[in-house]
Design a protein around this ligand. Structure first.
Ligand code: AVI
Length: 325
């Protein structure tokens, strides 16, 4: 395993928090949900009865591992499997084990902004799949792709962006992001994106409003993070978790709503923010897609869909794309 490179920029947290909480409609960037405690809470979310996407994508990995190997290992040419945001590798390990058993020639490049996530994953992989060649990259996705393109000597890149992470982008941002990935891809490379599909609205809303309150704790943890890192005095008990789902747009949006008028001090950055009673902070979007919307996103971002893998209920799809030019 090569040394992990750390390019995490810690100074942007304070600036982005201040910008979001000073906006007309207050928001906090959802990427900041994932500090150590947020990672733990998200792992608990993935095990919740109500949170179906992880189990659906796991089923896809199990059922489609042969089809995916055929697609990735075309003409038995070595490839580089670059996973953006692998988490604990729960789903991708299904592929990695299968590919290793089949003696496919590939290396695995997990990319994450969080060093501890990568360290845990790498030590797991060393134990579970000792023959696997792992080159972890700690930092920005695009920087990792840039490095892979420069050092890759023309080896085919297969980029995995799973877990419905694409749903956490606003519509235009999703297209911009995918187009940017395309800039680092050759015509023969593949991009696999996991999409959570539109389905029974009640089921979707329940996934973000679990009875045990883990998703509420996950959102409130961001305020706790601000308390710790910016010496702020958010009173978590005065903010209510409020998720919504719009079946027309497919957008789940999560808010933390201030139950009373109050001011919060962020002493470390010498800033104060005031809330009206019932004023929301927009925390996160989790967009659900239809198949035509997926085709449209591919086209608008310079890609075409070459293969789709569904779970048996068609709740989720891992869609394989190639560049159109
Ligand atoms: C990481 N991401 C795809 C999750 C989602 O479903 O949007 C994050 C999450 N937020 C609340 N529950 C899960």
């Amino acid at each position: 395993m090569k040394a992990i490179k750390n390019t995490t920029d810690t100074s942007s947290f304070a600036n982005e928090v201040i910008k979001g909480l000073s906006a007309n409609v207050k928001y906090l960037p959802s990427k900041f949900l994932y500090d150590d405690q947020g990672d733990k809470l998200f792992r608990s979310i993935m095990k919740l009865e109500e949170y179906y996407p992880t189990r659906c994508e796991f089923e896809i990995m199990q059922n489609c591992k042969d089809a995916l190997l055929d697609l990735f290992y075309k003409e038995q040419k070595p490839f580089s499997l670059i996973e953006l945001g692998p988490g604990d590798g729960f789903k991708s390990k299904v592929l990695l084990k299968h590919f290793a058993e089949k003696n496919a020639k590939f290396d695995y490049v997990p990319v994450d902004i969080c060093e501890s996530v990568l360290k845990d994953l790498c030590s797991d992989l060393e134990k579970e799949i000792p023959s696997l060649n792992v080159n972890a990259f700690c930092g920005d996705y695009l920087e990792a792709l840039n490095q892979a393109s420069t050092n890759g000597n023309g080896v085919r890149k297969v980029i995995l962006f799973m877990g419905a992470n694409i749903g956490n982008f606003e519509k235009n941002e999703a297209s911009k992001f995918v187009s940017m990935l395309g800039q680092y891809m050759s015509p023969d490379d593949l991009l696999i994106i996991g999409f959570d599909l539109k389905k029974d609205p009640k089921m979707i809303l329940d996934a973000y409003n679990d009875k045990s309150g883990v998703t509420k704790a996950f959102n409130l943890n961001m305020l706790n993070r601000i308390n710790k890192e910016l010496d702020a005095d958010f009173d978590l008990s005065t903010f209510e978790h409020y998720p919504t789902y719009d079946p027309l747009t497919g957008e789940t949006k999560s808010f933390l709503v201030s139950q009373r008028a109050q001011s919060v001090n962020m002493k470390a950055v010498n800033a104060m923010v005031s809330f009206n009673s019932w004023e929301p902070i927009y925390m996160e979007i989790s967009k659900k897609y239809s198949m035509p919307e997926i085709e449209e996103l591919a086209l608008n971002s310079g890609f075409k869909v070459v293969h789709n893998c569904f779970d048996c209920r068609h709740f989720f799809v891992d869609s394989a794309w190639q560049k159109t030019f």
